[in-house]
Design a protein around this ligand. Sequence first.
Ligand code: NAI
Length: 687
Amino acid sequence: MTVTCEIDKGVALITIDNPPVNVTGLAVRKDLMSALDTAEAAGVERVILTGAGRTFVAGADAREFDLPPEAPHLPDIVARLEAFPAPVIAAINGAALGGGLELALGSRMRIAVPGVALGLPEVTLGVVPGAGGTQRLPRLIGIAPALGLIAEGRTIRAEEALELGLIDAVEADPVSAARSLAPSALTERPAISALPLPQPDEAAVAEARAAAGKKQRGQEAPPIAISLIADSARLPLDEGLRAERAAFLDRRGSDQAAALRHVFFAERAAASLGQDGGVEIATAVVIGGGTMGAAIAYALAQVGVTVALVETDAAAVERARANVGKLYAEAVTRGKMTEAGAETALARRHSFHAGYEGLPQADIAIEAVFENLDVKRAVFAALSAALGPDTILATNTSYLDPNAIAEGLENPGRFLGLHFFSPAHVMKLVEVIRAKDTAPETLATVLRLTRRLKKIAVRAGVCDGFIGNRILTRYRQICDVMLLEGALPAEVDAAMRGFGMAMGPYEVQDLSGLDIAYANRKRLGWATKPGHRYIAIADRIVDETGRLGRKTGAGWYDYEGRTQTPSPVINAIVTAESSRAGILRRPFAEDEIVARATAAMAAEGLAILDEGIAESPADIDLVLVHGYGFPRWRGGPMHQAERQGLAALLGRLEAYAAEDPLSWTIPEILRRAVATGQPLEDLTRTS
Ligand code: NAI
């Protein structure tokens, strides 16, 4: 049984017990109905509804969203709670989210434990509340606060909920509090269905729409939720509930909901890494105190690791100290810690060293020096000499070959890549790179650390750029092909932004600097690489104009302060390159730009799967969504390709390859998937 019903002295205590988080799957819904039957048959005077464990109800069972809905439906249960012959009190012992909060809204009173989370986060999964949330919540707390909660899917604590009137009391033991309520306190209280319609609030609705258009650009569920809430001010409850249910069922089957569920499950799978084996890291050495090293050191210190930061000389040490200090100062400004707390953490958890002399022993060393093979090799040689033979050695390299960096290392089983994203203390993603000799124990310890850092760890094998930067490189390459054939940078950026990318590919380059990719192209010898369609535009920009992006005040765009405008200089280089290649430039529509760019990303992801570099298509999606601004609500390039049909992707790639065989190749795994009809997940080589 997933629900128990204990009857004592006219009170039915109904407890939802569906570990781990009491989601309202079919079994719970059926058992809840039976429990209510039992309570009704016993003629109880009051019902207390609560959850076992540390959660009230965390929401619906998202796994059921891919199946046809089965009765009893949650709205039926909420309606029954509301119409129950005896008053129902929700004793909210832990988080009440989504369907959980809707059950509480069907109750006559709500009493919650201090600090618990309450909310209707449905839009974050691409749906709208489906069991009365958009209708009952505005009746209870008003249109504007309801919009604030539902449209952004924000969760709040019990104390804020009390202020809003969403709950009636905050009590350490809500079940006892519910038992001891005077009967008059309950009879006086109307059900939410008996409350008058909420006051219309046009201004709040307009504001919510504008905010959704900005913050949740491209997402379909938030505006629908906003309309439902707005309509609660004019529709009778049953009509509003019908409209809400129809919208919920429609959203439930939508592409966006499928994509958001996919990312949600992929994140959950990633979050389960790092629970088995390995040892706890207490001390670390970070080498290089620049952008990455300082932020990595700061992040480690926040989870209680003591960090020794190594720089080359006294002046560099001072710069590194300032870099780390700045991160603490920012945390103080944001109210994340007090000034005294920051000072204590800096003094207790950080030390700074010029060179390796006197360096304390450490459980792990993370290298974040210049992206140069010789420099990195020298660092690891020095680390081998300075630290014990068991210290885990990690490189944060973006593009260099970790196996080459590790060459000659004593005990190479302790070596691996740990590719953080910038800013490293903020970005959730980290690629954990298995080098050729990395021992399972090393991997387990590092995954335990990334879990402690609350990162989303994605394991990857060694290849140029690993998962993320390899796909990024390919994406940029295809965008450059489109420039050569007729598109302009601003058109490509606008199309990709329209698709939902946080920024267009050329804007991103201006932000991160054109020199990084430039150096990488030189290293790989792209200009003379056989079988490769080399496009000289980006190299010419660096060589001839010295425009390296925002940091030099100009790059793919011209800049006036923060305003970017397309540059005649760049457009001239683009068109000159087309003429040099004898290409008659043609217009590119936005959807063609998007189709080609996303096909390139998907094709590269497929090659990565085929080579066993990534362990699953979902891992690739996590990397793109969390590291590269791919719209979460499209699920990532692999999810999107499968949702749209792999046969369609194959057809497109074949057409592109026929026209330009140097730029397009068709990964073998795609042909296999289309021929066998098997999902990519099943075709992935586990390495
Ligand atoms: P940075 O130039 O900001 O910092 C590098 C630091 O290393 C400098 O402070 C320098 O003084 C120090 N350094 C150089 N040689 C050293 C040595 N032999 N011993 C000790 N310290 C030394 O560079 P950034 O951006 O922090 O990058 C560092 C590494 O992280 C590179 O491998 C880069 O590819 C990688 N990376 C960078 C990302 C980014 O967005 N900036 C993202 C992910 C990885």
